[in-house]
Ligand binder design. Structure first.
Ligand SMILES: Cc1cc2nc3c(=O)[nH]c(=O)nc-3n(C[C@H](O)[C@H](O)[C@H](O)COP(=O)(O)OP(=O)(O)OC[C@H]3O[C@@H](n4cnc5c(N)ncnc54)[C@H](O)[C@@H]3O)c2cc1C
Length: 389
């Protein structure tokens, strides 16, 4: 692309932010990402640097110590982080998602207790919805929170929870009134569960094919005692809608991160195509390789435009479920395709661990599954189309 290439929707401020995060990623993330990932190593040493860049305050209001950046900036940051290492993007995302929920829906006391420390990287966060028997159909969750005096007593379990051992608080979706049907209309709430909660324990640590560097845990609640002051917002029954608004934003993160990984793979493929020779000339001079590179670049560019569009619509309308869903579906699927094609361009070198392409492939394969599967999101997009006036 020409050095003066512009992306529709990006202002000079976005470009400045992009350069800042890009420099950090080039200097501090890219050189060690594959090694850290291979060791499945938690990047504790990078947390102060991420905090210094303000990345834990991106979803937090200025009055609570954050920067509450716009959603285009949010996407730009995750594209750059994921271009370096998806594990790091995931760490910032899970924490800033928990922070978003507290900032948007928390009581003053909850904001004061948690947000200033999250912003400076002293506390991490995460979100826990999925249960062993249900992921896509969250109305069917079984984890209950029963009010007893000044506390709630939680019983049940969550599964596949990213960053669970570090999250403090972990934002947990619970049923406060199991009699309400359908449950999402008033039966579900969010609880801020702190480390050291009596009755809280962590079960299996799952081994993952990608998104390594962060734990993925089972979280168990056996008569866990959570103070009623940790019920998000102080009122029961709004948890489903609160979490759905976080997930709409999460889909911009997924789309932007997929774009970042695809861009990284494309950059590697272009460099390689210039250098590698076959049949007397660089492989980039063979038209079959040129076709691949062009198709990859189109998908990266289109993915970016879709996440920026989703971000602009979120900014303008508060929520943009259909646009965020479209961006996530397209970027996640394009990401897998682009990385796979990059692997083909690198031939045998694409498949071995000396090059990061195989890491991008393992990481990109989660993107059609997480934050609402692409199947569920297609249903959401169709529902919005059919119900539009
Ligand atoms: C690495 C990783 C990190 C994760 N991190 C978190 C986290 O931090 N917090 C958290 O809460 N969860 C997390 N998850 C869980 C993830 O969000 C769920 O796995 C995902 O939402 C899908 O749920 P499920 O696995 O129960 O699949 P299911 O809901 O059982 O779906 C199985 C298949 O059926 C399809 N399907 C289901 N219903 C329909 C339908 N009505 N129409 C068409 N198709 C349908 C789905 O699209 C999917 O293909 C993580 C998972 C992984 C692997």
């Amino acid at each position: 692309m020409a050095s003066n290439h512009i992306t529709a929707g990006l202002t000079a401020d976005h470009i400045e932010l992009r350069e800042l995060v890009r420099s950090f990623v080039d200097e501090r993330v890219v050189p060690t990402a594959s090694e850290r990932e291979a060791k499945d190593e938690y990047p504790a040493d990078l947390i102060p640097e991420l905090a210094a860049l303000g990345l834990f305050g991106i979803t937090v209001s200025e009055s609570n110590g954050g920067s509450a950046i716009d959603y285009v900036s949010y996407g730009v940051i995750f594209e750059e982080l994921a271009r370096g290492w998806m594990g790091l993007a995931s760490l910032v995302y899970t924490t800033s998602s928990g922070a978003y929920l507290i900032d948007e829906y928390g009581t003053d006391d909850q904001k004061q207790r948690f947000l200033p420390e999250i912003v400076i990287g002293r506390r991490m966060s995460g979100i826990a919805m999925t249960e062993p028997s249900t992921g896509s159909d969250l109305k069917q969750i079984k984890l209950t929170a029963r009010r007893e005096g000044d506390d709630y007593i939680l019983n049940g379990s969550k599964i596949f929870i990213t960053h669970a051992r570090h999250a403090d608080p972990l934002v947990v979706m619970v049923k406060t009134d199991p009699t309400i049907e359908p449950a999402h209309r008033g039966g579900i709430s969010l609880m801020l569960v702190e480390q050291g909660t009596p009755g809280l324990s962590y079960g299996t640590d799952f081994q993952k094919m990608g998104h390594r560097g962060l734990e993925l845990c089972e979280v168990i609640f056996e008569n866990a005692v959570v103070p009623a002051t940790n019920l998000l917002g102080g009122e029961e029954g709004s948890g489903f809608y609160q979490m759905m608004s976080a997930l709409d934003r999460g889909r911009i993160y997924m789309a932007a991160s997929s774009t970042g990984m695809a861009r990284a793979a494309l950059e590697h493929a272009v460099t390689y195509a210039r250098q590698r020779e076959a049949f007397g000339k660089p492989i980039g001079e063979h038209q079959a390789i040129q076709m691949k590179l062009a198709d990859m670049a189109i998908k990266v560019e289109a993915s970016r435009l879709l996440y920026v569009n989703a971000a602009l619509n979120t900014e303008a309308n508060g929520r943009a479920s259909a646009e965020s869903g479209m961006a996530k579906i397209f970027a996640a699927e394009s990401g897998v395709e682009v990385v796979t094609e990059a692997m083909r361009v690198l031939g045998g070198y694409g498949y071995i661990k000396e090059f990061p392409i195989e890491r991008y492939l393992r990481d990109s394969l989660l993107m059609p599954i997480g934050e609402g599967t692409n199947e569920m999101l297609r249903l959401l997009v169709a529902r919005e189309l059919l119900s539009a006036g």
